[in-house]
Design a protein around this ligand. Structure first.
Ligand SMILES: *Cc1c(COP(=O)(O)O)cnc(C)c1O
Length: 388
């Protein structure tokens, strides 16, 4: 069958592909150290699972409103007001099939052919592909390790044209772990206000922060910025609920209504009993989030130090998320070749930077246990030593 042009121009997710390959090798009995997965290695906290089980037993097994269970929309709005100082009501929130699908819904209802969407690189693999699926044009702005892979206000200003519709901001960042400081967020907000563009803030890693790093949601900068902000978030990363597929989009009511119409004609509601797990996640004590964060913090300290002691590698200090972003330029190997050889010869899985729009780098996910991290870093060191 002749496939539609819209799918032919989409690049498949390299992170999903490499994670699958590493899993297949493991299943075949190979001792693989995998640093490829973009998901916490913890089980979903017990009280969240219990709430979903209870919902099942209570018969929460039927179709619900396409925009989500009213109690969950209310809990999310409350969370956005309390945690992020964003004045949203339930009507400003739609529950989606993960943060990925909330961003997809946004692109589908907001982007017209010809519209430009500004995406700083290294970027999360799905942003440019979603923009293309919507018929828009991704405008990639490369950043450098010197700016901790952050887009500067001058770069943002220079990238804006009369076709720009949206700016995608992701802090803490996947793949770099970079977190914009409140001052940097305010400076970017100033540029947004000089124009009529919107900003979508992907805050899926907001709870995974280290040292005394602060997360400022750009919509909280001022009421004027709030009007131009859309928030995408979800339960996957903070609550270790990747497979549950629950996320959300918050923004102006007219936009949320449009995404709701799209969902009504495509997916309908997110799995009803999964939404009850999400309600428990938001309305219960947050110790589980903090405990996972502490585990990540310990691994981060170890791996950052360990990688930077390997001659030829240079890692940027991540202030959030669970990724280490490593410069491999001194090895003069394309990042795909680096990762393929490392996986084949040393059974270590990482994601090539080219997947995030920046060759000469790799992403190491440290959402795995310390023993794997220690062994994997030994193998990485042996590999790099032999290549230099
Ligand atoms: C994981 C992730 C998401 C969303 O994941 P879901 O599982 O769909 O909730 C969104 N943005 C980034 C940057 C991510 O890493």
């Amino acid at each position: 069958m002749e496939l539609a042009n819209r799918i032919q121009q989409v690049t498949p997710s390299m992170t999903l592909a490499i994670s699958a390959e590493a899993k297949a090798m493991k299943a075949a009995g190979i001792d693989v150290c995998s640093f490829s997965a973009g998901e916490p290695d913890f089980d979903t906290p017990t009280h969240i699972k219990a709430a979903a089980k209870r919902a099942l037993d209570e018969g929460k097994t039927r179709y619900g409103p396409a925009a989500g269970e009213p109690a969950l929309r209310e809990a999310i709005a409350q969370k956005l007001r309390t945690d992020n100082h964003l004045d949203y009501q339930a009507e400003n929130v739609i529950v989606t099939n993960g943060g990925k699908h909330s961003l997809y819904g946004l692109m589908m209802v907001a982007i017209e052919p010809g519209d430009e969407v500004i995406i700083p690189a290294p970027y999360w693999v799905s942003y440019p592909e979603m923009v293309k699926l919507a018929g828009g044009t991704p405008v990639i702005v490369p950043t450098t390790p010197e700016s901790d892979y952050k887009i500067t206000p001058a770069q943002l200003r220079a990238a804006i044209t009369d076709k720009t519709k949206l700016f995608v901001l992701n802090s803490p960042s996947n793949p770099t772990g970079t977190v914009y400081t409140p001052a940097e967020i305010r400076a970017l907000a100033t540029v947004v206000l000089e124009t009529d563009i919107y900003v979508v803030s992907d805050e899926i890693y907001e709870k995974i922060l280290y040292d005394d790093t602060q997360h400022l949601s750009i919509g909280a900068v001022s009421p004027a910025v709030f009007e131009r902000t859309i928030i995408s978030n979800g339960f996957a990363k903070a609550y270790s609920m990747t497979g549950w597929r629950v996320g959300y989009l918050a923004g102006p009511q007219s936009l949320i209504k449009a995404v709701s119409i799209l969902q009504g004609q495509s997916t309908s509601n997110v799995c009803t009993f999964a939404q009850y797990g999400a309600i428990a996640a938001l309305t219960s004590p947050q110790d589980c989030v903090e405990n996972m964060r502490l585990a990540f913090a310990e691994r981060r300290a170890f791996i950052f130090d360990r990688v930077n002691r390997i001659a030829g590698l240079k890692a940027t200090k991540p202030n959030g998320a669970f990724y280490l972003y490593v410069d491999i330029a001194s090895l003069n190997l394309p990042s795909i070749e680096f990762c393929e050889t490392l996986l084949k010869e040393h059974h270590v899985a990482m994601i090539p930077g080219i997947a995030f729009g920046k060759d000469g780098t790799v992403r190491i996910s440290y959402a795995t246990d310390m023993a794997t991290i220690e062994e994997g870093m030994n193998r990485l060191e042996a590999f790099v030593k032999a290549r230099l």
